[in-house]
Every structure is written in C-alpha cells, then in structure tokens.
Design a protein around this ligand. Structure first.
Ligand SMILES: Nc1ncnc2c1ncn2[C@@H]1O[C@H](COP(=O)(O)OP(=O)(O)OP(=O)(O)O)[C@@H](O)[C@H]1O
Ligand SMILES: [Mg+2]
Length: 295
C-alpha cells in the first residue's frame, strides 16, 4: 500500500467476518489532519468493527490500515492515538487522577492533565475511586483519557452515549478545538446534531458497506430546500400556493426557492410574523438524497 506517511488514517478494502456475518465488507477510508470524520449507520452496520480495525483492536480478514504510515497496534501507532471504545472498563480501585497521570506518563507526555479534568467536569470526581461511578461519569473519564496529551489521532466510538446535555456540549467544544488545532478525529454517533456540530465529513455505512460519503458542505449544497416557519393571526390561513402545514401554533412550508416565496408573501401582504427560514437538518437532507445522487 502506498500510503503517504503523513496521512493520519489510510484504510483500503477492510473486510471483517464473524462466522456467517460479514460485519465490514471492502471498506476504504482516509482521514487528513485537521479533519473530523463521522461514521454513521444503523445498529449493527459495522461502525464499531470498522473502528476496532482502525485502532488495531481487531485484525481485518482482508485489507490494510496505516496510521501515519504505521501498522495499527504497533507501539508507534499506539503512542499517537487517543481512544474511547464503546464500552470502557477501568480498574475500580483507581481514581481518575491516578488513571490520567499514569496514562500521561505512559504516553511520554508531560500532558496538561488539568486541561482535560476541567474540560470534562471531573474536578469533583478526581480523587474518588472509580468503583461505583455512574455510566456518565465513566464516560467522562474515558473522554478525558482520549484527549489527554493532545494525541495526533483520536478514535471515539459513540463518545457521548449516556452523557448529560452539559457534558455533550463540553465534548463538542473540545472536539472542535482539537480538530481546529490540527488533530484528526473519527467518531461514530447516532446523534445527528453531534455529527453536524463536530464533523467535516461523513461516511455512512450499512451492512458493512459504504453507502454514502462526502463533506457536510457538499452534502448540504446538494439540497437547496429551505424550511420556512411563521405565525399568522388567529383564523388566517397561508395562501394555497405555499402548501404550508400547521405546526402547533405556527405554519411550516418547504421550498427550493425560499427567496421567491418570501417576495410573493410580502407582495400579497400576507400578515406573517416571527419568520424563520432555515436549511433542512442533515438527517432530513440525507434521507431525501436518492442513492444515485449521493456523493
Ligand atoms: N465479536 C462478534 N462476534 C459475532 N458477531 C459480531 C461481533 N462483533 C460484531 N458482530 C456483528 O457484526 C455486525 C456489526 O457490528 P458492529 O458492532 O460493528 O455494529 P455497529 O455499527 O457498531 O452497531 P451499533 O450502532 O449498535 O453500535 C453486527 O451484525 C454484529 O452482530
Ligand atoms: Mg457500535
């Protein structure tokens, strides 16, 4: 494989079978510095299996992975990456401080342990033994570990599963800052808003195969449709041509030329109030792109 030694992730033709199940079937991926890639797909699509092969936790039946030119699982690759598997199990008797300090030392970094402690709200927990930690608390420790010492590459499998809203926001801020500073990040998620907030590019997989791939900008540019929401005085109905539907106290319509719609509404002196025009959410855009139009 002629992987550029500087490419954070280069994977070609990855295939993994479990008995009769082909979990991943000929998947190729690459990731550049300063880029966050979201792996999407339904339960059982193969996301965790794909990530496990990238991290070197599973050996592919076919295909190959290089992380900055190194084999995954090699000491060189392991030294560069921060990971959070879907299920994290930590030694019960350790405190987060001990675990973070130990990991920082092992990564050879005089890492700013305090940064990640603050970022993931671990201060109140930092000297407690982890036995008895709640699911979300364990998750926050796992995320702190992944970003500890600014690794060159971070792999996250459903990073915010079970996190409260504040911790999810914290994660997004950390992830974006990490990528902006040149980090390379791959995550899996079932949260579309998280994908939109964090990722530059997505790869959708289903039954182990890539079904769609593209930057968020490319995907959005394929869909000119805008959602137009507004209120009307009680008893008034929007004009027929707009084909608006009631949404609670408001009305909602969609159009591929929202500017023309608005001009016409104004020209007809429609007494709309509290107008909102917005692009469709990523989830809706993807649902509407026909397979043959997919990037
Ligand atoms: N160790 C294993 N033994 C047998 N089958 C497995 C194993 N690991 C994964 N599979 C199967 O491979 C397929 C892909 O599983 P994987 O965990 O990668 O899915 P996923 O996309 O991460 O799903 P989820 O969204 O539920 O996390 C599934 O059909 C799963 O049952
Ligand atoms: Mg999974």
């Amino acid at each position: 494989m002629s992987a550029c030694i500087h490419t954070p992730v280069e994977a070609r033709g990855l295939t993994k079978r479990f008995g009769a199940v082909t979990a991943i079937d000929g998947l190729s991926l690459h990731l550049e510095r300063g880029e966050a890639l979201g792996l999407l797909g339904p339960n059982g699509a193969g996301k965790s299996t794909a990530l496990a092969m990238l991290m070197g936790l599973r050996v592919p039946d076919a295909g190959a992975v290089r992380l900055f030119g190194h084999a995954p699982g090699s000491a060189a690759a392991r030294a560069m990456m921060g990971v959070t598997p879907q299920m994290a199990g930590f030694p019960d008797q350790l405190t987060p401080r001990e675990l973070l300090s130990y990991t920082a030392a092992r990564r050879g970094s005089r890492a700013p342990v305090d940064d990640v402690i603050a970022a993931f709200g671990l201060s109140p927990l930092i000297d407690r033994r982890m036995a008895g930690f709640s699911g979300g608390e364990v998750r926050r420790v796992a995320l702190a570990l992944a970003f500890l010492g600014r690794p060159l590459l971070v792999f996250l499998d459903e990073p915010t599963a079970g996190l409260d809203a504040e911790a999810q926001q914290g994660f997004r801020a950390i992830a974006r800052a990490y990528v902006r500073d040149g980090g390379a990040l791959i995550l899996t998620s079932h949260h579309w808003d998280e994908i939109e907030a964090v990722c530059d590019r997505i790869t959708m997989i289903d039954e182990g195969r890539k079904v769609m791939d593209g930057t968020l900008a490319e995907i959005r540019a394929r869909m000119q449709t805008r959602r137009i929401g507004f209120a009307l005085p009680e008893g008034r109905h929007p004009p027929e041509w707009l084909r608006a539907t009631p949404q609670g106290q408001r009305w909602q319509a969609e159009s591929d030329d929202s500017d023309a719609c608005l001009r016409r509404l104004v020209a007809e002196q429609t007494p709309f109030a509290d107008l909102v025009v917005e692009p469709l959410a990523l989830q809706d855009i993807i649902a509407r792109i026909r397979p043959e139009d997919r990037p």
